[in-house]
Design a protein around this ligand. Structure first.
Ligand SMILES: [Zn+2]
Length: 78
């Protein structure tokens, strides 16, 4: 089984200015669950890198919780 990937990554919020978007989301390629994080508050204007980091972290947690067994154990009957 291949490792799940974060796909269809995008931003939720006003389209006219990317950085005013309020949420960052992506989809798990394995179970198609949507992973969504709120935009983080930082000292700088550019919050996108920090928010992207947050999303990646949330996705890693999702993979550990939902897919780590799939990855570490052989499928039944194989
Ligand atoms: Zn998943």
């Amino acid at each position: 089984m291949k490792r799940p990937e974060l796909t269809d990554v995008g931003w939720l919020g006003p389209k006219y200015e990317m950085d005013s978007a309020s949420h960052h989301f992506g989809k798990c390629s394995e179970c198609h669950e949507i992973i969504c994080v709120e935009k983080v508050v930082t000292d700088t204007q550019n919050t996108q890198p920090a928010t992207t980091e947050m999303l990646n972290k949330a996705f890693r947690t999702h993979v550990e919780l939902k897919h780590s067994e799939d990855l570490s154990q052989p499928l039944p009957g194989s």
